[in-house]
Design a protein around this ligand. Structure first.
Ligand SMILES: Nc1ncnc2c1ncn2[C@@H]1O[C@H](COP(=O)(O)OP(=O)(O)OP(=O)(O)O)[C@@H](O)[C@H]1O
Length: 587
């Protein structure tokens, strides 16, 4: 394995050295320019993938950031005489600033996800084009850069442009690869699948989207500056055309937008295919051919070329890693062992209320949960149990009231900040990240959750495997969630919550839909989790489990706290029987 890695590194270094040597080895300018065009599209498509491929926020406004770069170079170098090389970082900075400005407004608005984001970014392109066209930046006639001195690095001008393009393409690939393997990449992939859940699991979604947008746009801006030097004359019409966003999207889909190398492979294939047809004088046929090939690839390899090929390689490998054979006897120690409540308050809800339009889902609930306690939250359907869990985890904001964890206010905090303070939750209907494997789902929560030092990459993987072993899912680590049954999906939810090392674990109907044997397993697990030092609040309809597990139960009815106390006595309270009749017996 180490040898293969070393060989791959040596081959990469040799290939890069060979590419750098080309202009000095007498290769004709024509071929250098041809290769530059490929590098240009690799840089642009890879930069698009950093935001749009990873996080799923498809931008159709890449021409805006590319164009900002083109006109930064055209203005600085073409009009003001700034040295050309300085315009490249300046273009990157201006494009990144533009993206940050747009992102700070757009990313805060939940309704501007998916197709609305695509449309909005597209309209930014046209607004920017109109501004540049109607100001001295262009004025409508285009800008010449023919008088701009391009530094030649000991070769020709096309050779220098080639080297700049190569450097940018390599930088874009290196950045994209680094991001994909970092916490940022893990967070972006989770945002792609379910942004709200990613936030609740501790991913600072706004922050991450802004970083990705800025990096993506900075690379596009730098590509624009180099392209301005390559063209020597730029116009608004050519710069801000639909070609850039359309091509980068097609290239990324073809190669695979969720892999760092995918857009580059797509860019190379499409650029070479188009140039073959243009060279033969059949540009229209070339474009039609590329479109047809794209349709075929989408049908055969919907994830794109690179991820589909990698998935086939993984499938050929042994699915059960040797490290994960520990099974159920895993010791679950998160903190000093606790077998009963300590009497110290951990969670305090005061007058918690939530209204959805006219529906008063919670009406001023007061509730205290002590450290080390297991508290069951019960009540008839629609009584507000899940809403309370959603408020504690920050999924919903409070209409009124306060929530404290260990004396510190939680209300008003973003969900990812609440997760960082030590609260983890499961969902009644599992909400797993469907494009991440079971192991990646759990590892993400180890990365982002928890109050202690964040887990590093190796620690996160080890933690994830440990909790998968605890929940009996070690053999499923490499599967994608849609391949699991309900019981397994629920246990992945549990493993994800545990990997966050929570002080307070919120379980929302984790036993619902399980067979009696699975329920017994789950009860034993929940006892072990408490013994490991975690306080638990669980919503449950199954009275057998409530009585077996809970130290106290809180009964909600129509959004209000109806009763609170020992399980058996409370369930016999006539008010509870009245509110509950039918549901409890059915369970
Ligand atoms: N996002 C929402 N928008 C509008 N109304 C909601 C929303 N979430 C919950 N409600 C309403 O709030 C009330 C409480 O719902 P909640 O899901 O908290 O009940 P529950 O006790 O968890 O029920 P169940 O046992 O069926 O899961 C219900 O009337 C429900 O319709």
């Amino acid at each position: 394995m180490a040898l293969t890695l070393q060989r791959a590194r040596a081959a990469t270094v040799a290939a890069v050295a060979g590419l750098i040597a080309l202009p000095y080895a007498g290769v004709a300018d024509f071929y250098l320019s041809y290769l530059y065009v490929i590098f240009f599209w690799i840089a642009l498509a890879t930069s698009w993938g950093i935001l749009s491929g990873y996080s799923g926020y498809w931008s159709f406004g890449h021409a805006a950031f590319f164009g900002a770069g083109v006109y930064t170079a055209a203005t600085l170098a073409g009009k003001w005489g700034v040295p050309f090389l300085l315009t490249v970082p300046a273009a990157a900075a201006i494009a990144a600033a533009l993206a940050l400005g747009i992102g700070l407004v757009v990313f805060r608005i939940k309704s501007l996800r998916a197709e609305f984001f695509a449309l909005l970014t597209l309209s930014v392109t046209y607004v920017l084009a109109a501004i540049i066209s109607n100001t001295p930046l262009d004025g409508g006639g285009g800008v010449y850069l023919s008088n701009v001195a391009i530094p030649q690095f000991g070769t020709t001008v096309p050779g220098a442009i080639y080297l700049l393009g190569l450097a940018l393409a390599l930088a874009a690939l290196a950045v994209s690869r680094r991001i994909l393997r970092s916490r940022l990449g893990a967070g972006l992939l989770a945002i792609h699948d379910d942004e709200d859940v990613a936030e609740v699991k501790g991913v600072p979604t706004l922050h991450y989207k802004l970083i990705a947008f800025a990096i993506s746009s900075a690379i596009a801006g730098a590509a624009g500056a180099i392209q301005a030097g390559y063209l020597g004359y730029v116009t608004v019409g050519e710069t801000f055309s639909i070609t850039v966003p359309l091509y980068v999207v097609l290239m990324s889909i073809l190669g695979g937008a969720r892999h760092w190398a995918g857009p580059a492979i797509g860019a190379t294939l499409i650029t070479v295919a188009l140039s073959l047809f243009v060279g033969g004088g059949h540009a229209e046929i070339g474009r039609a051919g590329v479109a047809l090939a794209l349709v075929v690839v989408i049908l055969v390899l919907p994830q794109g070329i690179v991820p589909s090929l990698l998935a086939r390689r993984v499938r050929r490998k042994d699915p059960a890693p040797a490290a994960a054979q520990e099974a159920h006897n895993v010791v679950v120690m998160q903190a000093p062992a606790i077998h009963a409540a300590t009497g110290r308050p951990l969670l305090v809800c005061r007058g918690v209320a939530k209204s959805f339009g006219g529906i008063r889902a919670l009406q001023g609930v007061h509730l205290q949960v002590d450290e080390g306690e297991i508290l069951a939250l019960v009540g008839p359907n629609g009584s507000g149990k899940s809403t309370l869990i959603n408020m504690i985890s920050g999924h919903f904001s409070l209409t009124s009231g306060t929530i404290e964890l260990a004396g510190a206010r939680l209300d008003g905090l973003a969900p990812h900040e609440i997760a960082r303070r030590g609260i983890a939750r499961t969902y009644q209907i599992p909400r797993l990240f469907d494009h991440l494997t079971v192991l990646e789902n759990v590892r993400l929560c180890a990365f982002f959750g928890g109050t202690r030092e964040s887990a590093g990459e190796g620690d996160a993987e080890a933690l994830a495997r440990r909790w998968l072993a605890f929940t009996g899912l070690e053999a499923k680590a490499d599967l994608l969630p849609p391949a699991l049954n309900l019981h397994e999906r629920k246990f992945v939810e549990l493993a994800r919550a545990l990997a966050a090392r929570p002080r307070l674990l919120l379980l929302d109907e984790v036993l619902c839909g399980l067979t009696p044997t699975e329920v017994d397993q789950a009860i034993a697990m929940i006892r072990k989790i408490r013994a490991g030092g975690t306080t638990i609040v669980f919503v449950e309809h199954l009275m057998r489990a409530v009585v077996a597990l809970a130290d106290r139960i809180a009964v909600l009815d129509q959004g209000a706290l109806l009763a609170l106390g020992q399980p058996r006595e409370t369930m016999q309270d006539p008010r509870v029987v009245g509110a509950y009749l039918g549901t409890a017996h059915a369970a």
